[in-house]
Design a protein around this ligand. Structure first.
Ligand code: GDP
Ligand code: IMO
Ligand code: MG
Length: 443
C-alpha cells in the first residue's frame, strides 16, 4: 500500500498533470490538496488534449476516484464550467468525484479584488492569475470565509453581507466597481449549492476510510515549491502550501499515512508573473525555449519567462519535499543546444551562495554561477528506452540526480503519456505498490 504526493519542485508548470495521469494505473484515488483554478494541468495522450484547473487529472481515467480536498479554494462557477466541458468531451464522473464540505468557496468578489489590486500596483504587481486565489485564502484565514457546507446555512445572506462588506471596503479604496448585493449573492450561492450537493462529502472521512480499505491515494500538488506561501519567493508566491506538507492539512490524511513523494522537475526553469528569477534568460535563447517548449500559461495564456535549470532551487525544493523519486520533464526541449548551461550556485556581493536566500532583495541581486554541460544535438522526442538516450543527455540526468540526491525515475521526452522513459528502481516499485507494470502497460 502506498499513498504518494506529487509535487512541483520549481515555480509551477513542471508537467505535474502529465505525471499524475501517467501514474493513475497504480492508484485508486487522486486528490487535490491546495490552490484553486490558478492551476492549469495539461494531459495529453494519443490525439487527446485536456487542460484541468480544479479537477484532479485522474478524472480522465474511467473508474478513478477524484477528490477536491478541504485545503482548496473552489469557485463553484469555474468548477461547474470545467465539469460541463469534460462532459462534452465524453468524460463521465457520476459517483466518483467528491468535493470537501470544508473547502472554501471562492466568489466573484474575490476575483474582482484580486484584479483591482493588481491594476493598482503597476510595476510592483505580483502577476497573479487574477482568479481571486489570494483574497479567497485571506477570507479563510480571517475567519469570515464561507466553506461549501456554509452555502446551506440559514444565515447565508448575513454571512455574505459581512464578507462582501469587508471586500467592498478595500475595493472602494481601490476605486473598484460596487459589488452585487448580499441577496443576489445568496441566490446565486444557493443555486450553485444545489448543483454541487451530490458531490459534497466530509472528504477527510472518505479518504481515511478508503485508506483503511487498502486503496492507494495520489495527492496532486498544484504550483511549485518556490510559489509556496511559507517557503517560496515571498511575496511573489501563491497563497497556499504547495510543498508536500500541504497534502496533510489540505486533505485530513495524517503524515503517518503518507508513504512518499515524487517531485516533478522541468529540465529548465520557467516562471509566470513577477518575482526574482536568477537563472532567467532574455532575447533569442529565451524565445527559443519558449517556442520549443510551448511555454505559454495553461490558465492565462501569458508567455512564461524562461531560464536555465537552477540547482539552487532544485536542492531547496528537495530539502522541503524530501522526494523519493524525480520525474524529469521536457528533456526534449533541450535537444538543439550545442551547450546547456546550468545554474549551480549564486554570487551575491562577492560571496558564493549554495542555498536560496530568504529575502527578495538578495534574490533579485543574485547572479547565477553557471556550469556548462555539453548538448546532445539530436532528437530525444518520444524515446522510451533509456539506452537510446545520447550520452550527453544521460550525463544531464546524472547531474540532476547528484544535485537532488534522489533517483530520476521518469524521463519525459514529449507531452504525451506515451512519451516517457520509466526507470524501474526500488523506490518506484515501492511507491506504486507493485503496480508499476500497469503504468508501463498503459503508458
Ligand atoms: P503542470 O501545471 O505542472 O501540470 O504543467 P502544465 O501542464 O501547465 O505545463 C506543462 C506543459 O508541458 C504542458 O503543455 C504539457 O503538455 C507539456 N509537457 C509535459 N511534459 C513534456 C515533455 O516531456 N516534453 C514536452 N515537449 N512537453 C511536455
Ligand atoms: P500549476 O499548478 C505557474 C503564479 C502566478 C503568480 C503567483 C500568484 O499549473 O503549476 P495566484 O493567482 O496563485 O495568486 O498567483 O503564482 N501561479 C502559477 N504559476 N503555474 C501555476 O499552477 C500557478 N499558479 C499560480 O503566475 O506569479
Ligand atoms: Mg500549469
Amino acid at each position: 500500500m502506498a499513498n504518494v504526493v506529487i509535487v512541483g519542485m520549481q515555480l509551477g508548470d513542471e508537467g505535474k498533470g502529465k505525471i499524475v495521469d501517467l501514474l493513475c494505473p497504480a492508484f485508486d484515488v487522486v486528490v487535490r490538496y491546495q490552490g484553486g483554478h490558478n492551476a492549469g494541468h495539461t494531459v495529453r495522450f494519443r490525439d487527446q488534449h485536456c487542460s484541468l484547473h480544479l479537477i484532479p487529472s485522474g478524472i480522465l481515467h474511467a473508474g478513478m476516484l477524484c477528490v477536491l480536498g478541504n485545503g482548496m479554494v473552489v469557485a463553484p462557477d469555474a468548477l461547474l464550467g470545467e465539469l460541463a466541458r469534460l462532459y462534452e468531451a465524453g468524460v463521465r464522473f457520476d459517483g466518483r468525484l467528491f468535493l470537501s464540505n470544508r473547502a472554501h468557496v471562492l466568489l466573484p468578489c474575490h476575483a474582482e479584488l484580486d484584479k483591482a489590486r493588481e491594476e493598482s500596483q503597476g510595476a510592483g504587481k505580483i502577476g497573479t492569475t487574477s482568479r481571486g486565489i489570494g483574497p479567497a485564502y485571506e477570507s479563510k484565514v480571517s475567519r469570515f470565509g464561507l466553506r461549501m457546507v456554509d452555502l446551506f446555512a440559514p444565515d447565508l445572506e448575513e454571512r455574505l453581507r459581512l464578507l462582501l462588506s469587508r471586500i467592498q471596503h478595500e475595493l472602494t479604496h481601490l476605486k473598484g466597481e460596487p459589488l452585487a448585493s448580499p441577496a443576489a449573492y445568496a441566490d446565486q450561492c444557493r443555486e450553485w449549492a444545489e448543483r454541487l450537493k451530490p458531490s459534497l462529502r466530509d472528504t477527510e472521512q472518505l479518504l481515511n476510510t478508503w485508506i483503511r480499505e487498502g486503496k492507494d491515494i495520489l495527492f496532486e500538488g498544484a504550483q511549485g515549491a518556490l510559489l509556496d506561501v511559507d517557503h517560496g519567493t515571498y511575496p511573489y508566491v501563491t497563497s497556499s502550501n504547495s510543498t508536500a506538507g500541504g497534502a496533510c492539512t489540505g486533505t485530513g490524511v495524517p503524515p503517518t499515512r503518507i508513504h512518499g513523494a515524487i517531485g516533478v522537475l522541468k529540465a529548465y526553469t520557467t516562471r509566470v508573473g513577477g518575482g526574482p528569477f536568477p537563472s532567467e534568460l532574455a532575447g533569442s535563447t529565451a524565445d527559443f525555449l519558449r517556442s520549443r517548449g510551448n511555454e505559454f500559461g495553461t490558465t492565462t495564456g501569458r508567455p512564461r519567462r524562461c531560464g536555465w535549470f537552477d540547482a539552487v532551487v532544485a536542492r531547496y525544493a528537495q530539502l522541503l519535499n524530501g522526494v523519493d523519486s524525480v520525474a524529469l520533464t521536457k528533456l526534449d526541449v533541450l535537444d538543439d543546444f550545442d551547450e546547456i548551461p546550468v545554474c549551480v550556485s549564486y554570487k551575491l556581493h562577492g560571496e558564493t551562495l549554495r542555498n536560496l536566500p530568504p529575502d527578495r532583495r538578495s534574490l533579485e541581486a543574485a547572479e547565477p554561477v553557471l556550469r556548462t554541460m555539453k548538448g546532445w544535438k539530436c532528437s530525444t522526442v518520444g524515446i522510451l528506452d533509456e539506452t537510446e538516450l545520447p550520452q550527453e543527455a544521460r550525463d544531464y540526468v546524472d547531474f540532476i540526480e547528484q544535485e537532488i540526491e534522489a533517483p530520476v525515475s521518469f524521463i519525459s521526452t514529449g507531452p504525451r503519456r506515451e512519451e516517457t522513459i520509466i526507470r524501474e528502481n526500488e523506490s518506484l516499485v515501492r511507491l506504486t505498490s507493485g503496480r508499476l507494470g500497469r503504468v508501463i502497460e498503459q503508458r
